[in-house]
Every structure is written in structure tokens, then in C-alpha cells.
Design a protein. Sequence first.
Length: 364
Amino acid sequence: MSSSPAPKYRREIANFVALTEDLAEKRLVWKSRPHFLEYSTNTACNLRCIMCSQVENPPVVSTPKELRAPLFDELFELTTVLTPSATSEPLLNNLKELLPKVREHQVWLDIITNGALLTPEVLEQLLPNLHHLTFSIDSQIPAIFEKLRAPAKFDDVVPKARYAIERCKEVGLPVTIHMVLAADVVPHLEGFVDFVADELGGREITVLELLDSSENFEALDAFAAHGEEGVGAALAAMTARAEERGINLRIEVHAPHGCEHTNAEQPVRINSATVIEVMHLELDQAHLGFCPHVMGYLKVEPDGSAFPCCRGPRELHLGNVIEDGLEAVWNGEAAQDLRKRMFSGDLPEVCKGCSVLEAPKWFS
């Protein structure tokens, strides 16, 4: 009898079924494993965006080279989608090292990039395993863009984004434009919709809440500068313009501003990641109040520290996968306690009001 492992797609489906059982039976020790992984081998970034902790020029942390291949093998076994980031630029991973492992384990890439390094040649390397591409471009006004995303240059990044969006359309790949809701961008939100539609050829925008992850938070805080009503009015106008222009808009901002509006069909390249993603969206709505990230997302930093959340708050530290292994982290005491609190509605303070936790309610 063959001892070959089941094909990846069957293992992915079995993992999803195990998760539905974990949730239905309110287990604390889970049979399922994370399907969405955020992991980079380093924390390097080519920019010093003023709303990011990278502005403080922290030392670069890297996974020791001899540990990378074994860690890839352990983490990628049931991973469907990988975001190769650690508050860093994903294209500063060693692609010659990463991409063979991604292909070996049939993992799909979700790349969120500042765009400065995404040349046509790099894009072609990524395309065979690319599931979703996102550009971080906060403003259509060069001075504001360059203030927020220093030392990136508007006239360098925009043509690269325009080319990538057009190329991705050819292969049926969705592209999103991320913008951080900083004080300077609020008066220009309607124009940003037109910029994405006309100058980039894009069809999808996500507005992200500014996090207090840098020393500049108070100076950049949109709500401190414009007030809840002012920001709300600007977002409402942006929503109306997106509907007029046929641009999909997702606003990941605290209540009552968070919402999602689908105004156009995005290209879709059907693969296992597409199917698993839709299945998880349905499961998220069936378990409102239980964080979608806690269900199946794992953030691993280059030193092995693991978190159940893309924001990686220290309060939710689960352990270290390099020191203890994935199983000890995924079903350790901290993970079990977090699941117990999710099931009971006793949310950790850092989870309250989070857009990831709230987003499934927008659909329901």
C-alpha cells in the first residue's frame, strides 16, 4: 500500500472540515491547523513610512539560515495562503530560497507591497503562485504620498502599480490598493477613488485604520484632526464616489464606519486558495463574534514568536514555533485560553472593536 501523503487539496479540505468540528464542538484543543500564514524570514523594509514602527529604524531580525528550510516544511504542510511579511517588505525575502518551497508545498502567495521593488521581472517570478496582490498607496497627491511613504517616489511606484494591475488582469488575478486613513488623506478621499480608477486602472480599494504603531500616531490621527463626524462624512462621500465609478470599497475602520461595498466584478483565478477563502468567509458568518484570525491565521515572526493575529499584539503571544514547534504553539495553554474566551464572548481588551473581528457582521 502506498504511503504517499494525500494530495494537498484533499488535506486542505480535511483541515477545513476539522475546523468546522472544532468550532461546533467548542473544542479548546483543535484538530485543525492554520490555513493562512504570515511569515517572513526577516523584518527588513526599504521604506520608513511615518505611520509604521519601521520609521524608528529598528534592527533587522532574521531567521537563522539553517532553520529556514525545516521551518518552511513544518509551517507549509497545511498552509494554503502565505503572506511573507513581518511589518516588512515581502519582496526583501530571498525569493530564490522562498519560491521553490512555496511551489514544493503548493502554497499561494498574498503579497502586500509598497511597490518600489515590484519590477516586471519580479512580478513574473511571483505570478505562478500569486493569489492576491496589494499595493500600499495612500494618496494620489505626490507630496502626501511621499510624506507618508518615505523615501518612496510617487513617479516610481505609480507606473509599477499600473503595469502590475494591467498584467494581473491578463491572468485573472485580483489587485487591491490599500490606503491608511491618516489625517492628510481625509480631504482627498473622493479624488483617490478617481485616481485608482483612471490612473491605475484598479477596481478595489481598502481603507485601513491608522494603528498606534509609531511615534507619529497622534500627529497622523485622522479622528483627532477631523473628528468622528468629519471622517464619517468623508468616508460616506468616498463610498458614494466608489459606487459611481464601479470601484469595490472595503473600509476597515472602527464602528460605525466599517463596511464593504461590491460595485464591480474583480478578476478571479480559481485555485484552492480561492475556494478555501470563500469557505472561510461562510464559516466566519456562521460564528459571528469568534475572530476569523483566531480560527485559522498564524503570524510567525522571524525569531519564531507566534500570534493569532496580523497585528501581533504582545498580549496575544502564543509561544515560539522555532523553540517549541507548531503543535505546542497552536494548541498550547495561551491558544486554548484565547479560544475559551472567544467561545464565551469574554474578549481580550485588544480584540474589542477590531475590524477583523467586526468584518463578518458587515456581510451578515
